[in-house]
Design a protein around this ligand. Structure first.
Ligand SMILES: [Zn+2]
Length: 197
């Protein structure tokens, strides 16, 4: 069974140790299996869902793939981050910067009415959607690394791409994931307070 091994960083033909059988499937159409990498012997958990592929392949769910981003992040943004990560892994650094720029632009257009990336970031800060530290980080990147519209015209080095990717992930997690988790916490807290009075 083909599955990506996190430690070999390769698609391997893993040994299937066990899977849930049809009767025990509490979610229809999803088969969960435990696999072992033939090369490094790492244990892997994969799921098989939807249509059969040839050769058969499962999607690794544990250990969690590096390219997966939290589901609170809108799918368009997540896609850009995943693409950015793939470009980075493939050492295509200018494309990494472009993909990160796309993710950040989406946040700006989602949360502000600005077309310009940096004016948008400024507004995100003034609306307290991002904090001062994230804003300063974006300013530093703008000055030093030239992220944004001209990313494609300048040579982006590995470290630059890594910095931009770190920032893009941080801002997405701050704006979407942290906010969702905090709101859920407030809601729970509100309910508890409500029940107590
Ligand atoms: Zn392996």
């Amino acid at each position: 069974m083909l599955i990506e091994c996190h430690s070999c960083e390769a698609i391997v033909d893993a040994n299937e140790l066990c899977t849930n059988d049809a009767e025990s499937q509490f979610i229809t159409d999803i088969v969960v299996g435990l696999y072992q990498c033939p090369s490094c012997h790492a244990s892997l958990i994969g799921i098989k869902s939807g249509e059969e592929t040839y050769p058969p392949k499962v999607e690794r769910v544990w250990t969690e793939p590096k390219n997966k981003f939290h589901e609170s992040i809108p799918s368009t943004v997540r896609q850009s981050l995943e693409d950015a990560k793939r470009c980075y892994d493939a050492k295509v650094y200018s494309a990494t910067a472009v993909m990160c720029g796309k993710a950040i632009e989406f946040i700006v257009s989602d949360k502000t009415n600005k077309n310009n990336l940096f004016q948008g970031l400024k507004e995100l800060k003034s609306k307290e959607i991002i904090d001062a530290r994230l804003y300063e980080w974006s300013e530093a990147l703008r000055k030093e690394r030239n992220i944004g519209a001209h990313a494609i015209e300048v040579e982006i080095k590995r470290q630059d791409a890594s910095d931009i990717l770190d920032f893009a992930v941080a801002i997405c997690e701050y704006v979407y994931v942290l906010t969702d988790k905090y709101n859920a916490y407030l809601e729970r807290k509100g309910k508890t307070v409500g029940n107590g009075t």
